[in-house]
Design a binder for this molecule. Structure first.
Ligand code: FDA
Length: 445
């Protein structure tokens, strides 16, 4: 005899920001909802934790001024923000291996390279300006741009290697966390359009503007708190049997509709009966997470400030390709956050933890000097080792995949709807996008 089913209007799979935003909206509209989360904690790719006495943002953390959906949510939840520390000079290490400090937006390269960077920025801004990030496949010339890699496109635009390496850095290592030869020029334009423009991605003071006091994970934690016992953790969804009238989830819950708010790459871990249409399975196989090590390095003081540095440092030629002052607003110790991405991350993950630490600290010393070699605490966020994420920051299509399958990822199948920040238009790959997708999914019910 089969166990009795529990009836609800909507089952939401996944207690990340997307799932919780959708569940909150549906609950307010009077629907009965249950949110099933695989992990023992709430928040998915948002995770604020204290390690070795330092409160760290292990996942997402920054808020930029264009992210109006996230700013509205922060306001509704009564959360306050503070500015990233940015007084003083920034550091750039060039192709010649020389470390240079600079002030303002233009980083220290030759006049020719600077002119080429500016020209490419205008070109990418124009393309991004013509694109609706909700339908990048409608951009004139989309098919051609989706057929070539971003690095090939850059080679077609300029002969200046340092200009190419820097433009590639802003979208490849810094955003999609993939090498620029592995995603299309169209995906690069989408990344820019989703942030309002390519210029926004280049401007660290814009894109990495604010942080949330106490940590960004409070967003999902507070949303889940309001939903109370409608959110059930430690419950991976492994089976969904569906028909025209509704769906049965894990053989336990019967719902009129199901929102599958998990990254596209994890959808195939759920056994659907009947199977999803072939094009849906194909579409998700053409997406993948990038890879990035997020480093958290704490020192007795923010020593770089005494040296007149803001903490902002970057270089396409360093293992840690970008690094910032990430000191919490209420701490006297100084914390740097640094990132090692794509092929550099592959290489470092083959080393022992001690060798890896030596390599990353040497890279920080190239930016900030010898004092960077002696931290008080050192921690690496490794999202690729997290079973219920398996990469970072988010997923993106392989070359040609965006025009071929992009629209499919947002299509419902019978009573099932799908989405996370990975399918957002504005706020693509960001918490702002998760909120926008969560709202769209709820409104479609
Ligand atoms: P998310 O992946 O968070 O949620 C999906 C949920 O589904 C997870 O909780 C998962 O456990 C669960 N799940 C999966 N399979 C399941 C199953 N079968 N059954 C039940 N549950 C299942 N963004 C930003 O705005 N600013 C930033 O600074 C950064 N920086 C950044 C750094 C790092 C290291 C990472 C990893 C990410 C960021 N991001 C970011 C991206 C941002 O964190 C991300 O876009 C959103 O948190 C995604 O939220 P979603 O709810 O869409 O997916």
């Amino acid at each position: 005899m089969s166990a009795a089913l529990t009836d609800v209007d909507v089952v939401v799979v996944g207690a990340g920001v997307t799932g919780l935003t959708a569940a909150t909206r549906l609950t307010k509209a009077g629907h009965s909802v249950v949110v099933l989360e695989a992990r023992d904690r709430i928040g998915g790719r948002l995770w604020t934790d204290t390690i070795d006495g330092v409160r760290l943002e292990l996942g997402g953390q920054w808020v930029s001024p264009d992210q109006s959906a996230l700013l509205e949510t922060l306001d509704e939840l009564g959360l306050k923000t503070f500015s990233r520390y940015r007084e003083g000079s920034s550091v750039y290490v060039g192709r010649d291996g020389v470390r240079r400090t600079f002030d303002g937006a233009a980083f220290p390269v030759s006049e020719y390279t600077e002119a080429e960077v500016d020209r490419l920025t205008v070109l990418l801004d124009q393309l991004a300006g013509q694109m609706d990030p909700l339908s990048p496949w409608d951009l004139p010339g989309a098919a051609e741009l989706d057929r070539i890699s971003f690095s090939t496109w850059l080679e077609q635009q300029t002969d200046d290697v340092e200009a190419r390496d820097n433009i590639a850095l802003y979208i490849g290592p810094a955003m999609l966390t993939k090498p620029a030869h592995s995603f299309s020029a169209l995906s690069a334009v989408l990344m820019a359009a989703s942030a309002g423009s390519f210029s926004h991605l280049v401007d660290a003071d814009f894109i990495l503007d604010q942080r949330v006091e106490g940590g960004l994970q409070q967003v999902p934690l507070l949303l889940a708190g309001q939903l109370g016992d409608r959110v059930i953790t430690g419950t991976p969804v492994t089976s969904i049997a569906w028909d025209a009238d509704g769906a049965t989830v894990n053989g336990t819950w019967r719902a009129k509709r199901v929102i599958v708010a998990v990254p596209p790459t994890l959808v195939s871990r759920i056994g659907f009966s009947p199977s999803l249409p072939p094009v849906h399975m194909q579409a998700r196989q053409h997406t993948s997470f990038g890879i990035v090590l997020k480093l958290h390095i704490t020192y007795p003081t923010p020593f770089w400030r005494e040296d007149g540095l803001s903490g902002t440092a970057f270089s396409p030629y360093q293992v840690v390709h970008e690094s910032y002052d990430n000191t919490n607003h209420d701490e006297t110790r100084g914390t740097l956050v640094g990132f090692v991405s794509d092929e550099n991350a592959d290489e470092l993950l083959r080393l022992s933890p001690d060798e890896r630490r030596a390599r990353t600290l040497a890279s920080l010393a190239a930016y900030y000097g010898e004092k960077a070699l002696e931290p008080e605490a050192y921690y690496e966020s490794q999202w690729m080792a997290e079973e219920w994420t398996a990469g970072a920051y988010a997923t993106s299509f392989d070359i040609g995949g965006l025009t071929r399958y992009g629209a499919t990822l947002r299509e419902p199948v019978g009573p099932l709807s799908f989405g996370t920040s990975d399918v957002a238009g504005l706020g693509f790959q960001h918490v702002d996008g998760a909120i926008r997708v969560g709202r769209m999914l709820a409104d479609s019910i």
